[in-house]
Write a protein that binds this ligand. Structure first.
Ligand SMILES: Nc1ncnc2c1ncn2[C@@H]1O[C@H](COP(=O)(O)OP(=O)(O)OP(=O)(O)O)[C@@H](O)[C@H]1O
Ligand SMILES: [Mg+2]
Length: 222
């Protein structure tokens, strides 16, 4: 098993499009690369839903084999958890489950492992950064004050943890004017999304131009 690069997709704010954009960029990157996605969101796993995965890997085995969908190896907290048993977990239990998932998965050989990070920046972040050598971080932000303010705090936390930030993606999902704003932060802007129905009702077959462009950029700078 070898993983060449690990990229975490995150934002401090919830609901700004981390999971959807991670999935869409994974599809674009998978044209030229072997890709895995780790859905590390314990309270609201999404990737098994976005890729319409109904089966679960064999969890009686000590080693978890990812489910391959659209040529992407996917492991989601949704495989391990029932729909009702994570909402009240505290930090140590949460970290334990993330560790278990990270250390028991046989990814095979990957060019990129993309991590769909949970919202917020608490225990889950620290555990993931401790257990995995995250090479790069991509920040997702909407273009409004609340998300921008949280993102600035996230950038400062990542700098303290010495995690390299590749840049940010602006997701203009709520901006009805669809105007492209200038850089919000002193980090590179990798691309912009506007509201798209094939992202809103995620279609794993959809060939997304914005994601293709960002994937090319990622291939160049990593
Ligand atoms: N560019 C877009 N066009 C249309 N819909 C979008 C777009 N980006 C995100 N969405 C929608 O916005 C909602 C939130 O997206 P998503 O779940 O990917 O965000 P998230 O940041 O992963 O959320 P969470 O913090 O809960 O993990 C979803 O309903 C998704 O379909
Ligand atoms: Mg999500």
């Amino acid at each position: 098993m070898s993983i060449k690069k690990i990229i975490a997709f995150g934002s401090a704010k919830g609901g700004v499009g981390k999971s959807s954009i991670t999935a869409s960029i994974a599809k674009s990157l998978s044209k030229n690369n072997k890709i895995g996605i780790l859905d590390a969101d314990i309270y609201g796993p999404s990737q098994h839903l976005l890729f319409k995965i109904n089966e679960k890997p064999d969890l009686n085995n000590k080693i978890i084999k990812p489910i391959n969908k659209n040529n992407i190896n996917i492991v989601s907290m949704g495989f391990i958890l029932g729909d009702d048993n994570s909402a009240t977990w505290r930090g140590p239990m949460l970290s334990g489950v993330i560790k278990q998932l990270i250390n028991s998965t046989d990814w095979g050989n990957l060019d990129y492992l993309l991590i769909d990070m949970p919202p917020g920046t608490g225990d889950a972040y620290l555990t993931i950064f401790k257990e995995l050598e995250v090479d790069n971080f991509i920040l997702i932000s909407t273009d409004n004050t609340l998300s921008i303010s949280d993102s600035i705090r996230t950038i400062s936390m990542l700098n303290k943890l010495n995690v390299k930030i590749l840049g940010y993606i602006e997701n203009n999902i709520f901006n009805i004017n669809n105007e492209d704003k200038n850089n919000f932060f002193e980090i590179d802007k990798l691309g912009t999304f506007t509201f798209h129905n094939k992202i809103y009702n995620f279609d794993p077959e959809y060939d997304c131009v914005e994601s293709n462009n960002i994937a090319k950029r990622i291939e160049k700078i990593t």
